[in-house]
Structure formats: structure tokens, C-alpha cells
Design a protein around this ligand. Structure first.
Ligand code: HEM
Length: 150
């Protein structure tokens, strides 16, 4: 049975300002992480395709080093805001919890691959970015579905 008034569930017990800040933190963190992955895979890799390895290697090392703190901050932001949102909005259906479980498994893949990608001297970054981008877009779809709050 579909629950009415999804916002009611979302804000149960949470001061409005806190709920909005949590939502901002979650969306800002996922934009940074997923946006970084999509940029890496669809823009950076293509734009540097005809560069020599001697030029591309050091550039990618610098970019990975600059991206590393953003990866860690986004993961912390997603986990903290995500768990508070989850714990403070009880009473969802079995399907919601099943979808949420799939989302968490995909999120673990995104987090692990993102941390590996940002490590120094990793020759598999493009492949990791591809997998992370696909998992991230699936998470986005599931999350949009979860917003239906059932
Ligand atoms: C790469 C990882 C993740 C991405 C891309 C992501 C993305 C999103 C998006 C786009 C929303 C909808 C935001 C809104 O419209 O309010 C959302 C909601 C949510 N996320 Fe995540 N998220 C991620 C990881 C997590 C994690 C690790 C948790 C829990 C620990 C989590 C828990 C939640 C919860 C509870 C909601 C609210 C769902 C609802 O509306 O009932 N998310 N997420």
C-alpha cells in the first residue's frame, strides 16, 4: 500500500533546517563524487586520448591527488547524511528496504572504486571510472524511486 504525504515521513522528528541541511549534504556529496567520475570517464579520458604517456601520466597523478580529498569528504558526507536520513525515517515497506539494500551494495562498490582510483600510480583508473559511473547512475535511479517513499 502506497503511503501518502512522503514529505511527512521525511521530516518526522527532524527540525526542518536540519532535514534540509542533511538533504543538501547528501546531494552535494553525491554530485561531487558522481560528477567527478563522469567528468573523468567522459571528458578527461577523451580529451587526453592523443597525449603521450609522458605528458598524460604526471597530469593524471596531479588530478588524482587533487580529487582524493573530495572523494573522502563525499564518502563521509554520503554515509553520515544517508544513515541519519535512514534512521530518522522509519516505517518503510519491504520493497523500500530491498531497494535500499541494493543501493548500499552499489554505494560500497562506488566508494571502494573511487578510493582506489584516487590512489597514486593506478593504471586502471579509466576502467574504475567506467564501473563507478554506471553504478552511480543506477544508485541515482534507485534513489529517485526511493523518494516515492513507500
Ligand atoms: C554513491 C552513493 C550515493 C548516491 C549517489 C546517493 C544518492 C541519493 C539521492 C540522489 C537521493 C535523493 C535525494 C533527495 O531527493 O532528497 C538519496 C536519498 C537518500 N540516500 Fe543516498 N546516495 C548514496 C549513498 C547513500 C548511502 C551510503 C546511504 C546510507 C548510508 C544513503 C541513504 C539515503 C537515504 C536514506 C535517502 C532518502 C531516501 C528517501 O527519500 O526515502 N545514500 N541518495
Amino acid at each position: 500500500m502506497k503511503r501518502a504525504l512522503p514529505e511527512t515521513v521525511y521530516f518526522t522528528g527532524m527540525p526542518e533546517g536540519f532535514a534540509i541541511s542533511l538533504r543538501w549534504l547528501h546531494i552535494a556529496s553525491m554530485t561531487t563524487l558522481l560528477g567527478g567520475m563522469i567528468f573523468w570517464r567522459l571528458v578527461l579520458t577523451r580529451a587526453s586520448g592523443d597525449m603521450s604517456m609522458a605528458a598524460r601520466g604526471p597530469l593524471f597523478e596531479r588530478i588524482a591527488a587533487a580529487f582524493r580529498p573530495l572523494v573522502l569528504a563525499s564518502i563521509v558526507g554520503l554515509v553520515v547524511s544517508g544513515f541519519i536520513n535512514y534512521l530518522l525515517a522509519p516505517g518503510h515497506s519491504k520493497i523500500y528496504h530491498m531497494l535500499f539494500g541494493i543501493k548500499l551494495l552499489l554505494a560500497l562498490h562506488v566508494f571502494a572504486a573511487a578510493i582506489l582510483m584516487a590512489q597514486p600510480n593506478n593504471p586502471r583508473r579509466t576502467r574504475l571510472a567506467t564501473g563507478t559511473m554506471i553504478s552511480g547512475l543506477i544508485i541515482l535511479f534507485i534513489s529517485a524511486w526511493l523518494r516515492r517513499n513507500f
